[in-house]
Design a protein around this ligand. Structure first.
Ligand code: G3H
Length: 258
């Protein structure tokens, strides 16, 4: 039987400047103990401008918190004003990078093709992509959440070889549950996360599918995390709003105590 270490990742979105980031990570580091890191992998995804400060703190204090970025360019370098390359993130020793978050898809028109190029750019630079997928309310109301989400998965992983895909993290985030207080039921989360694992088995192998961590995201809080994590195909959470409160995020990391 495969045991997957849960991954609790805080996506700060466009919140916390670099000074606030240092204070926030220090609070997390102070609260979290070795037993927490033994049970759960903990990561933060700050804004780009915070990453150097977070790196300095994590390196200097030898913290076990992992960190990464919220996006990367599909390009390696060049005349792409405003973009940040995977190589730049790797130089900052990022572990993770989110790809295709619904806010990127919605506000920046990111397509599955672009997400696919970004997944490849992440691997090209030794970063682990957290590929975000999930349906909007209209799709959910029509009952097409599984087909919609699996199409995003297929698109994001197109031509990604198994040696790379075995380390990918998939974040299932129903768009209607993001920042709305509307959390999907644990059964809703399991339905789609289970289908994602099934598709990974079809695309690659059951062995690979059993290794991949699938997170749920969308209004996760300390009060609902335990029930979601009890689902067999949910291996962590991508946490937005609740990750900005260090005490709340620590409670989410300690979901087994809730
Ligand atoms: O990346 C995180 C998700 O968008 C969830 O955000 P939320 O926890 O504020 O609903």
């Amino acid at each position: 039987m495969t045991t997957r270490t849960p991954l609790m990742a805080g996506n700060w979105k466009m919140n916390l400047n670099h000074l606030e980031a240092i204070a926030h990570v220090q609070k997390l580091a102070f609260a979290l103990a070795d037993k927490d890191y033994d049970a759960v992998e903990v990561a933060v995804l700050p804004p780009f401008t915070d990453l150097r400060s977070v790196q300095t703190l994590v390196d200097g204090d030898k913290l076990k918190i992992k960190y990464g970025a919220q996006d990367l360019s599909a390009h390696e370098s060049g005349a792409y004003t405003g973009e940040i390359s995977g190589a730049m993130l790797a130089k900052l020793k990022c572990t993770y990078v989110a790809v295709g978050h619904s806010e990127r898809r919605q506000y920046h028109n990111e397509s599955d093709e672009l997400c696919n190029a970004k997944v490849k750019a992440a691997y090209q630079n030794g970063l682990t992509p957290i590929l975000c997928v999930g349906e909007g309310l209209d799709v959910r109301k029509a009952g097409n959440q599984v087909a919609h989400t699996l199409a995003q998965l297929d698109g994001g992983l197109k031509d990604v070889p198994a040696e790379q895909a075995e380390s990918v993290v998939i974040a299932y985030e129903p768009v209607w549950a993001i920042g709305t207080g509307e959390v999907a039921t644990p059964e809703d989360a399991q339905e789609v996360c289970g289908a994602i694992r099934g598709r990974l088995a079809e695309l690659y192998s059951q062995e690979l599918a059993d290794k991949v961590r699938i997170q749920y995201g969308g209004s996760v809080k300390s009060g609902n995390v335990a029930a979601i994590m009890a689902q067999p195909d949910v291996d962590g959470a991508l946490v937005g709003g609740a990750a900005l409160d260090s005490e709340e995020f620590v409670k989410i990391v300690r979901f087994r105590d809730q």
